[in-house]
Design a protein around this ligand. Structure first.
Ligand code: NAP
Length: 545
């Protein structure tokens, strides 16, 4: 085991009750709760120059949320719900940024956020029961509680492709997109990756690029978003019904404002099932997945949806070879996070768009002028777009050098994959809370719902500690072991592990341990478990005075 390195700085640390890393959805709400509800001194440290977290960095063409706007927001403030009005069914990145900036200013959060401040190390001092963190600039901060609000999808995954450094054109990762945009006009663009991000970017890039070559490794399902401006009657419905919408989101497995239908795909005749899928396709969005209760647990049920969606691709895409590559999908529907799109498949009917199958012939190298694949084919390019995803869930945490009790580093403790209790704490790391950490529903849920639940649970926990004079809380190793078993069991009860190349399993990052990271037992169930743990005096945690 490596001991955590010592802190570099000698400067005295600024002292707070709580330090929060990250000013996205999680960090902003955590600051509000600790400062304005509990009266604690708290400071948010944020690497970016503004709030927004993942939305601050992901400014790629077509960036838009896949959760419907009326559900992709905070629900803790009635006034906020009443005054904010979304303009479209799925909010675009700039609108989400406007929303988060509005929240920041409305609750006067900015004064307690330090921007342009990347945390590099965090150390727990056992004698003082305090965390000290150091930033890239060598500043030091210390606090009783350290809360990571670093997001699940914020460490970019840029494949190490030989020759990239010599590429004479421009290249970008979608998760670190230039703030002033990229002009594709008249350019030959190559895009690697066809996940949720790539599927959103393709139609927009194709509009201005001279030619767009899409490098596809794994073909993907996608459901039309049917994005549109929200109608006045829907806006009125949302304003008048937000308590009911919130209650619905809290009752469902995925935190979306729609329930999964309580019927099996096998209950219907093929014609009836087809009609259900046609209606879901016409409605669009992630709700397609909720058409039957057994789509994620019964392979034969799932096949009915998969067959329907593959047929749709072949109907839309005119060139039979391209259609065959796009519909040659090797995993059950929704076992990878299902993208939703605006004209993705249709874009392949444009004369300036072509598809390359890099499963058949992987990318061999980047040359100064383009990409070469293993079959010897060359693609001349002016711009390469990496829509290659993230080192999800553990990446953002492990990019900080965190050491807990006895100087044990988180990297060592997680060398075989993440181990947490409820995704909230790691044994050996007292007073450290991980908002939407691995082992929580997080990415399998509509994120703001998962975030509000975690932030509120952490806030209540800290209030409990302070009321009882408890100096230290730490997940017990036994409780964490049992929870890891529970997370594995929950995943294995579904078809999710069948997508053996999914980022849920860490399989997209070479060398990353293959462990199913999010809790797949459903958000509503998880909320109940967390409430129960708290009601039993924080069962599974060791509290010391
Ligand atoms: P992703 O789902 O991990 O997709 C990355 C893509 O890049 C995949 O097609 C992957 O192929 C490909 N790829 C990676 N390395 C490659 C390599 N060396 N050679 C060729 N292809 C390679 O990442 P993402 O699309 O950014 O999405 C990540 C998650 O972010 C989503 O699942 C979703 O949860 C979230 N997201 C949400 C929204 C939204 O709400 N609007 C939008 C975008 C993203 P393989 O499949 O073969 O690995």
């Amino acid at each position: 085991m490596t001991q955590g390195s010592t802190l570099r700085g000698t400067a005295p640390s600024a002292e707070f009750d709580a330090l929060i890393i990250g000013a996205g959805f999680s960090g902003l709400y955590q600051l509000f709760c600790l400062r304005d509800r509990l009266g604690l001194t708290a400071r948010v440290l944020e690497a970016g120059d503004g709030v927004g977290g993942t939305w601050y960095w992901n400014r790629y063409p077509g960036a838009r949320c896949d959760s419907e706007s009326h559900s992709y927001c905070y629900t803790f403030s009635k006034e906020l719900l009443e005054e904010w009005e979304w303009s479209e069914r799925y909010p675009e990145q700039p609108e989400i940024m406007r929303y988060l900036n509005h929240v920041t200013d409305r609750f006067d959060l900015r004064r307690d956020i330090r921007f342009g401040t990347r945390v590099t190390t965090a150390r727990f001092d056992e004698a003082a029961n305090r965390w000290t963190v150091e930033t890239e600039a060598g500043e030091r901060y210390s606090a009783t509680y350290l809360i990571t609000a670093v997001g699940c999808l914020s460490s970019t995954n840029i494949p190490k492709i030989q020759g990239l450094d010599d590429f004479k054109g421009e290249w970008y990762h979608t998760g670190l997109w230039p703030h002033d945009g990229v002009d594709f006009t008249g350019k030959r663009v190559g895009q690697i990756g066809t996940g949720s991000t790539g599927i959103q970017a393709v139609p927009v890039i194709a509009e201005t690029a001279k030619h767009l070559t899409v490098f596809q490794r794994t073909a993907n399902y996608s459901i039309p978003a049917h994005n549109a401006p929200l109608k006045p009657e829907f806006k009125r419905y949302v304003k008048e019904n937000h308590p009911a919408i919130r209650a619905l989101m809290h009752s469902t497995a995925n935190g979306h404002p729609f329930a999964i239908e309580d019927r099996s795909a096998h209950d219907l005749t093929p014609e009836q099932r087809e009609a259900v899928y046609e209606a879901a396709w016409a409605k669009g969005g992630l709700q397609f997945r909720a058409s039957f209760r057994d789509l994620l647990v019964d392979k034969a049920a799932n096949d009915t949806a998969a067959d329907f969606l593959k047929r749709k691709i072949r109907e839309i895409v005119k060139d039979p070879q391209t259609a065959a590559k796009l519909s040659d999908i090797d995993h059950p529907f929704a076992t990878k996070r299902p993208p939703i799109d605006s004209n993705y498949f249709d874009t392949y009917n444009r004369p300036n768009v072509s598809l390359v199958d890099v499963r058949a012939a992987p990318i061999e190298r980047v040359t100064p002028t383009g990409i070469v694949t293993r079959d010897g084919a060359t693609y001349d390019l002016d711009v390469i777009v990496f829509a290659t995803g993230f080192d999800a869930m553990t990446g953002p945490l492990l990019s900080i050098d965190i050491a807990g009790r006895d100087g044990r580093s988180l990297k060592d403790v997680w060398s075989a994959g993440p181990r947490t209790y409820l995704g909230l704490q790691v044994a050996g790391f007292p007073n450290l809370f991980t908002v939407t950490g691995p082992g929580s529903p997080s990415v399998l849920c509509n994120m703001p719902v998962a975030i509000e639940q975690h932030v509120e649970w952490i806030t209540d926990c800290i209030a409990h500690l302070r009321a009882g004079g408890v100096k230290r809380i730490e997940a017990s190793a036994d409780a964490a072991d049992r929870w890891v078993d529970e997370v594995n069991a929950a995943a294995n009860a579904t078809l999710l592990p069948l997508a053996n190349h999914s980022w849920y399993l860490g399989a997209n990052v070479p060398g990353k341990p293959r462990v199913f990271m999010p809790y797949a037992g459903g958000m509503a169930r998880y909320r109940g478990i967390c409430n129960d743990v708290a009601a039993k005096g924080y069962e599974g945690f060791v509290l010391s005075r």
